[in-house]
Write a protein that binds this ligand. Sequence first.
Ligand code: NAD
Length: 260
Amino acid sequence: MTDTQVALVTGAGQGIGRGIALKLAADGYDIVVADLDFQAEKAAGVVAEIEALGRRAVFVAADVSKKADVEAAVATALEKLGGFDVIVNNAGIAQVKPILEVTEEELNKIFQINVNSVVYGIQAAAKSFIERGVKGRIISAASIAAIKGFPILGAYSASKFAVRGLTQVAAQELATHGITVNAYGPGIVGTGMWELIDSELSKINGKPLGQNLKENVESIQLGRIETPEDVAGVVSFFASPNAGYVTGQVLLVDGGMLYN
Ligand SMILES: NC(=O)c1ccc[n+]([C@@H]2O[C@H](COP(=O)([O-])OP(=O)(O)OC[C@H]3O[C@@H](n4cnc5c(N)ncnc54)[C@H](O)[C@@H]3O)[C@@H](O)[C@H]2O)c1
């Protein structure tokens, strides 16, 4: 790596995004920690953890469903950290609802946050990479739900299928610039997202809190719940020289739940 390698990670205030930010910092990147304004305190903690690893970091308040916010976050990387080489379009939300009950507002919201954001991230990153002649890396959050549709996660599954489609398209359109575009597909990671899924599922099927998570974890071949660090290892690979010839892929990191 050259001196200043900078990665921008969205949704980095907690969960998988935090794990990715810390791993990339350990790999030697300076990090833009992007998250919603209300996560500023948690994000400040992540910034401090990165600085403790000897790297530089800044927090930028950004709502990834807004194109201007994503563009501003990219600009922050260049202005405050002096470079921009990797974007991780990680921020996302889940919705747990039977398809017959999903409202127009809910559908719009999940697509704005999970899909539009990835388009904005690809656009802002690629524009900056091309202008500066950087063979950058674009890495986005897919899911096992990008490969198989999961009941009661209909809108979520559709949004992650869309991330997979966008990854394939952008990989082909940007290859001529030496930019690679890939996505990671976690299974069941013990974050705030799964706390929400578990509690919403229990409202629907009456199982006690924690039971749905437990049953889902039992279906994992490697026999344990996934950690943000498990996911971060794959993102680290995609960002590294080892992945220079990998593009357009969704790499499942799910402990052996799905096989494609
Ligand atoms: N947890 C899992 O089991 C799992 C599995 C597969 C894929 N994923 C994907 O991984 C990604 C991260 O999930 P997580 O489990 O860490 O979730 P999380 O809910 O723990 O964290 C998500 C982060 O994204 C931020 N965020 C939400 N909306 C945002 C917006 N509009 N703009 C900016 N930031 C926003 C939140 O503030 C939060 O810090 C998501 O895209 C998710 O779909 C998670």
